[in-house]
Ligand binder design. Structure first.
Ligand code: MLT
Length: 259
């Protein structure tokens, strides 16, 4: 499905019809299909909304820069069209940055929050510079520049590296550039975490090369009501590397948010 939201066509799908609606937001360079196998296998009936972030998947990729607030507004627009009010929002990596922007702007709609191999702090100066450097390389050579630099760090599993490489390579360069700018300029949202009183879930991959396990554990302690899940045998892609344990964490969050 595609809907016109804030002047942009946003791709999405809705699965299942049981329980509180759960939104799952994919990470940088990927698309909503990353969640499907885990959902079909372990959470087949759950009411789930899967958006493609602006610039990714089937969504349009207008010229950027994008901002995290704008990406959160896209989600709010989609929920409005779907006539859904209260939701649990979980994001993978960049999807987690969007989830935090949504939590800040639409707190009254939030029934639960999940950060999956993600973080709340802003980019360091070095990280920001490397993003703008990547933006220039993508402008010159296309999405393959990101596929080559990111895919080998997403997992140790060769099949997952190959699969993510192909997906990233097919993503719109304009979308990648707009999203890179949104990530580079996103504010530090650690101050928001103590104010998120709804149930929260922080998921870390024990072998993640991008988000440090101990940093994620520390972040989880900033929430008043968070569970921390360290997923064994998983790097940055637990929905593929260890879907059973990630699904358990999500089902546990849904149960806590439904009380
Ligand atoms: C992601 O997987 O979404 C990215 O690695 C996040 C980032 O670049 O900060």
């Amino acid at each position: 499905m595609k809907s016109d939201i804030n002047g942009t066509h946003i791709g999405y799908e809705v699965l299942g019809n049981t329980g509180l609606p759960l939104v799952l937001i994919h990470g940088f360079g990927l698309d909503r299909s990353i969640w499907r196998n885990m959902l079909f296998e372990y959470m087949p009936d759950q009411f789930v909304i899967l958006p493609d972030v602006r610039g990714h998947g089937e969504s349009d990729a207008p010229n950027g820069p994008y901002t995290m607030s704008q990406l959160a507004d896209d989600l709010a627009g989609l929920l409005h069209i779907l006539n859904v009010d209260k939701v649990i929002v979980c994001g993978h990596s960049m999807g987690g940055y969007i989830s935090l922007a949504f939590a800040e702007r639409y707190q009254q709609q939030l029934a639960g929050l999940g950060l999956i191999t993600s973080r709340a702090e802003a980019d360091s100066e070095t990280k920001r510079e490397s993003r703008y450097n990547l933006v220039e390389r993508i402008r010159e050579k296309g999405a393959v520049e990101l596929a080559e630099s990111l895919a080998p760090h997403l997992s140790k599993d060769e099949t997952i590296i190959r699969e993510t490489y192909e997906r990233i390579k097919q993503t719109s360069p304009l979308g990648l550039i707009g999203a890179s700018q949104a990530m580079a300029e996103r504010p530090d949202r650690r101050d928001l975490l103590p104010k998120i009183s709804v149930p929260a879930l922080v998921v870390a991959g024990a072998e993640d090369q991008i988000v440090d396990l101990e940093d994620a554990r520390e972040m989880s302690s900033l929430f008043p009501n968070a569970e921390f899940f360290a997923i064994p045998n998983a790097g940055h892609m637990p929905m593929w590397e260890n879907p059973l344990v990630l699904a358990k964490g999500l089902l546990d969050l849904i149960a806590r948010a439904s009380h």
